[in-house]
Design a protein around this ligand. Structure first.
Ligand SMILES: Nc1nc2c(c(=O)[nH]1)N[C@H]1C(S)=C(S)[C@@H](COP(=O)(O)O)O[C@H]1N2
Ligand SMILES: [Mo]
Length: 303
């Protein structure tokens, strides 16, 4: 359903009134909360929510024949960070996804652990804000599986993804820095990587081994993103480890990247190292919920 269809549908539901709508709906007649819903008018809202949260809110999935020949890599395509380079050199055998913050049981998953969990495969279209799209087939573990193993605390509201790639340094340590070139949306990655070529001489934010040479004193700003719990538990929200049936290439976010199919490209965090569950986004980055959000992009990037 497109947004427009969805809006029309909601308008129709409103016009009919919840009860009329329910009376004509076989699917809900026998459900446990059907009778209660018929009594309580306000529960029509729940009905509409459930309906929208079922099939109607799934992003379109495509047949394999429509998979793009090349899935265009964008943003960081080869993280300059030393800790990441070491992981890549080990073919990510030492990779651990850390899950912490407002959870009952902090977790740490290697790639084999993640592959042993239930998986989901989906062929979807990625839409970048720059105006291009690609269709790819992603396989991974539903984020819900990972979060359920950790168990959310009652205050949990958002899920934050901390990535391995440094884009710039705090305080404008790089030419351009925060107040210069990096304000340009989607700054060409080739140029950006020349500028951050020295990244990674730091004890790093996602728990990798501290680097051996401590000369680098600047604080790296790494990519990060965040979503709310509705999106976190959406069935198409997965941590993908395969693209088109093969392990994710470095350029597309190896070893693990988020797929969140109802939002734009910049929400699809690549190189995910650590997941942090929080109550508020205020103290993450500059407080807007993502690297690009801190630079003016919308936090909710619905398609
Ligand atoms: N860690 C990280 N994730 C990222 C980015 C990035 O630069 N670093 N770029 C974002 C943008 S703008 C897009 S369009 C997609 C690109 O994903 P792709 O390289 O698989 O095409 O990743 C998103 N996730
Ligand atoms: Mo993008």
């Amino acid at each position: 359903m497109s947004n427009l269809d969805r809006r029309r549908f909601l308008t129709t539901v409103a016009a009919l009134g919840g009860t009329a709508m329910l009376a004509g709906c076989d699917r809900f007649a026998g459900s446990a909360y059907g009778p209660r819903t018929l009594k309580a008018g306000e529960d029509a809202n729940l009905f509409v929510q459930r309906l929208l949260l079922s099939n109607a809110s799934l992003a379109k999935e495509f047949p394999d024949s429509e998979i793009s020949a090349v899935f265009k890599p964008n943003g960081t395509i080869d993280p300059p960070d030393k800790a990441y380079k070491a992981l890549a050199a080990s073919n990510f055998s030492t990779f651990k996804l850390e899950v912490g913050g407002l959870v009952e049981r902090p977790q740490s998953f290697g790639l084999a652990d993640l592959r042993a969990l239930p998986s989901r495969t989906q062929t979807t279209r990625h839409d970048c804000v720059e105006g291009w799209s690609c269709i790819g087939k992603w396989s991974g573990v539903p984020l819900a599986e990972v979060l359920n193993r950790a168990g959310l605390k009652p205050q949990a509201r958002y899920v934050v993804f901390h990535c391995a790639d440094t884009l710039e340094y705090a305080g404008g340590g790089l030419e351009g820095g925060k107040d210069g070139a990096f304000l340009q949306p989607e700054y060409p990655s080739a140029v950006r990587h020349v500028q951050v070529a020295a990244a990674g001489n730091d004890a790093d934010a996602w728990g990798g081994a501290p680097a051996e040479e401590p000369e680098e004193t600047r604080t790296p700003i790494r990519y990060y993103e965040s979503i709310d719990l509705t999106d976190a538990f959406h069935p198409q929200t997965i941590l993908a480890y395969d693209l088109n049936g093969k392990p994710l290439p470095v350029s597309n976010g190896a070893p693990l990247r988020l797929r969140l199919e109802r939002q734009l490209g910049y929400k699809q965090a690549k190189y995910v190292m650590r997941i942090e569950v929080v109550e508020s986004l205020a103290r993450i980055g500059d407080g807007q919920g993502g690297y690009w959000e801190d630079r003016g992009y919308e936090w909710y990037a619905g398609i």
